[in-house]
Design a protein around this ligand. Structure first.
Ligand SMILES: *[C@@H]1O[C@H](CO)[C@@H](O)[C@H](O)[C@H]1NC(C)=O
Ligand SMILES: *[C@@H]1O[C@H](CO)[C@@H](O)[C@H](O)[C@H]1NC(C)=O
Ligand SMILES: *[C@@H]1O[C@H](CO)[C@@H](O)[C@H](O)[C@H]1NC(C)=O
Ligand SMILES: *[C@H]1O[C@@H](CO)[C@H](O)[C@@H](O)[C@@H]1NC(C)=O
Length: 335
């Protein structure tokens, strides 16, 4: 209580409170997160008119000045039946390294009404090498939390139905948000695709063991829903993991088992062989929680967003589109 009060006074004085480091204790993250807006099924932006020149169904770029003074950009798509009265779900999709929001919009298909009939889709732009930063450079986790608050003030959003997805570096970043004590209390569910879940090695001499490496993760709630897609022929972020860029990539199945364990779902799964056994769907949990952690392992698939028709990543086709599966998964979860 005393700590809360002190932090509250600091906040009133305009002192920036650093986000707790990943290794911080649970009590420190709880006291900081109590200063943040709690998720509500409606938002302060309900009732606001759209800015001049923008209508439901449009995609357009907009900007946000963050508290570190950076001018950040994002692409937003409004559903065609968006109204200023009915709170819409929000999907935030993070592009891969070197890509941009327009690429991610076409790749992910989250602005395609056939796959996403009702959620606002927002595609933020990374800066400095078009890369999502967590431990150095711009604090993109803080940026994402500020972006959510900004979008809730501007648009009519259901704050209990905000979701995150991303590809490659954007997929790794989606997992970082799920592991963050504060972001994980603002975002209801997460869907990384071909994500790079880089872990620090504890010392220089340490070697990377992808099947045992412990994933640093401090979510602010006990049950975090995750849906992950990964191809076994991915040569950028190999399914089997390994050393890369001086860090350690976990074996993808090992990363998912750690999530299942963290969510209290145990480490064994219900396995379904799909499309003639070329895709394995692994669901962890039971009863209402079945599939809270879900993983699609795609045999022979490369570092490519799954699509039936081919896409910007590759003209190759696979058995399914990721977007409708992701949207169906998101629909199950709210804060
Ligand atoms: C932020 O950048 C955009 C262009 O990307 C520009 O139109 C806008 O005026 C900038 N905002 C501020 C406050 O500098
Ligand atoms: C990983 O190492 C980087 C420096 O290379 C450091 O800034 C960061 O805090 C470390 N992350 C964790 C989770 O220890
Ligand atoms: C799910 O269970 C099967 C059978 O035990 C196992 O082969 C597979 O590796 C498991 N999947 C994951 C992601 O742990
Ligand atoms: C827009 O409204 C939502 C909520 O009522 C429906 O679920 C969507 O199906 C609808 N979208 C379209 C394209 O009709």
């Amino acid at each position: 209580m005393k700590l809360n009060l002190q932090l509250g006074i600091l906040a009133l004085l305009g002192v920036t409170i650093a986000l707790p480091a990943k290794s911080s204790s649970a009590s420190a993250s709880a006291s900081s997160s109590s200063l943040l807006p709690q998720p509500k099924p409606t938002s302060p932006g309900c009732g606001n008119h759209l800015a001049k020149g923008h209508s439901p169904g449009d995609s357009y770029r907009a900007n946000l000045i963050t508290d570190d003074g950076r001018n950040r950009s994002y692409l937003i798509h409004l559903p065609s039946n968006y109204t200023t009265e009915r709170p819409a779900p929000l999907v935030i999709a993070f592009h891969g390294r070197g890509k941009d929001p327009e690429y991610m919009e076409k790749l992910s298909q989250f602005s395609n009404e056939e796959f996403n009939p009702d959620a606002i889709a927002v595609y933020p732009q990374a800066i400095i090498d078009d890369y999502w930063h967590v431990s150095s450079g711009p604090n993109d986790i803080s940026f994402t939390i500020q972006l959510i608050s900004h979008l809730e003030k501007t648009y009519c959003i259901d704050g209990t139905r905000i979701y995150a997805s991303g590809k490659s570096n954007g997929g790794g970043f989606t997992n970082d948000l799920a592991c963050d004590p504060i972001a994980s209390t603002r975002i209801a569910a997460f869907a990384p695709v071909s994500g790079g879940y880089y872990q620090n090695l504890t010392s220089e001499e340490d070697s990377c063991d992808p099947s045992t490496v412990e994933i640093q993760c401090n979510p602010g709630r006990s049950k975090v829903p995750i849906l992950e897609f990964h191809g076994t022929a991915d040569t950028t972020i190999p399914y089997a993991g390994g050393a890369r860029h001086g860090k350690c990539l976990p074996m993808v199945s090992h990363a998912l088992r750690q999530w299942a364990d963290r969510d209290g779902l145990g480490t064994s799964n219900k396995t379904e062989e799909l499309w003639g056994g070329n895709v394995q769907k692994y669901e962890f949990g039971s009863g209402e929680d079945l599939g809270m952690i879900t993983h699609y392992r795609i045999d022979g698939w490369k570092h490519v967003w799954p699509s039936k028709d081919g896409n910007y990543d590759s003209s190759k086709k696979t058995y399914f589109d990721a977007a409708p599966i992701i949207m169906k998964f998101f629909k199950r979860w709210s804060l």
